[in-house]
Write a protein that binds this ligand. Sequence first.
Ligand code: 2IT
Length: 450
Amino acid sequence: MNAYVESVIDYVRKTYESQPEFVQTVEEVLSSVSPVMDAHPEYEKADILKRMVEPERMFTFRVCWMDDKGEYHTNRGWRCQFNGTIGPYKGGLRFQKNVNESIIKFLGFEQTFKNALTGLPIGGGKGGSDFDPAGKSADEVMRFCQAYMSALYRYIGPDVDVPAGDMGVGGREIGYLYGQYRRLKGTFENGVLTGKGLTYGGSLIRPEATGYGAVYYLQEVLKHENDTIVGKRLAISGYGNVAWGIMKKAAELGAKVTYFSGPDGYIHDPEGVDTEEKINYILKMRAEDPMHCASYAEKFGCEFVPNAKPWGAKDVDIYMPSAMQNDVNMESAEKIAASGVKYYIEVANMPTTNDALNYLRSQKHMIVAPSKAVNAGGVAVSALEMSQNSERLVWTAEEVDARLKGIMAGIHKESADAAAEYGLGYDLVAGANIAGFKKVAQGMYEQGVF
Ligand code: 2IT
C-alpha cells in the first residue's frame, strides 16, 4: 500500500480509537485509493488525505423536549459538515437510540463520496440524535423535532447545508422540522430540507428513490453479466422505506423479494412480496412497529424465523442487505459465500464489516457492489428536489424517474471504468471509492489549502 495512505490510516486509528465505525469507513475507502495516490503525488504534497478525514466542522447540541406526561428529556444532537468541496453539505438525519459521534462521522464520510458519485453538486454531511422514536406519540415526535430544529436552524440553509431523512426520520419528521425552520427564519426557504411532503416542495419519487435506484443499479450489474432481472429472487434485510422501494420495483420488473427481515427475525415468503396488498402491508407494519415484522407471516401464511437473518439461504439469486451498518459479519459472509449465490449488492450504509466485505470480494464466483454506489439514488433525487425548489417548479414522476435511472447507470459505468483504469477488473467496490474520491480530491486540490 502507498506509504502516505498507510500513514493516514494509522493516524486515524490512533486519533479516533473511540470511534470504531468511523475508523472502519476510513480504512475501507482509503485502502481503495492507494493507486490513485501513487499516480497523483501532488495530492500527497497538498496533504489531501489528512484534510479529507477531518470534518470541516461538526456541531454537538442539546435537545430538550417534554413528553406527553409533562416530563422533560434531554437528548444529544449532532450535525457533521464533513466536506463541502463540490456543493452544499448534503445528507440525512438519523434518530435512533444507538446514534453517537462515531456513527454520524462514518455516515458523513461515506456521504461525501456517495454524493460525488451522483455527479450532482452536493457535498457530504450527516446528522442525528440518540432520540429513540420507538413508542413515542406523534405529539412527542413533533416536540422533539421542533426542539432539534431550534438548535440546528442557524447552521443550515439551501446553499449551506441541506439535511434530509435517514433511519427514524421520514416524511412526518421532515414536515415538523421544516415547519419549525420556517417559523424561526420567517422565510419560505424550502430548499433547506429534502424528503418534504408534496404540498410544500417535495419531489415525486423521493420516497421510492433509494430502493428504485438500488434496483436500477442491480439491472446494470446484471446487464454487464449478460443476465436479466426477470424471475430473480431477492433476499434482503430490513422492512423500512428502502426495502419497500426494492420490493415495489422488483415486482414491477418481474423479480420478487422472497426473504426480508426485522430486528425480531426474518420472513420467508417463497411467493414473493409482489402484490399491492403485501407491499402496502410493509408500509403499514413499519409505521405501526419498526421493531417487529413477524405479523407479516401470520397475515400472509408464510414462515417467520425468530432471532435470525436470511444470510445463507440457497433458494435466492441476489442478496441485498438493506437494514443497517455491520449487519453482515464474517460468520454471515461465510454462509453467503457457501450458498453459491452470485450477487451481493449492498444497500444500507456500510452493511458489511470490512473483513466480511473483503472476504466476499475475494470469492471468484461472486460480484459485490458497494452501498455508496447502490443507495446513491436517494440522495440523487434529494438533489433533484433541491433543483425543483430553486426553480420553483415541480417535475413529473416520469421525469424524476428517468433522471434517477440515468444517474444510476452513470454511477455504475463510472465505477466500472475507474476500476478498469487502475487494472482492477470489474471491482465495483474499489471503482466506486476511486471515482468518488477523485472528484473530491481534485476539487480540494484546485480550491487550495485552507
Ligand atoms: O444515506 C443517505 O444517502 C440518506 N439518508 C439520504 C440523504 C439525502 O440527503 O437525501
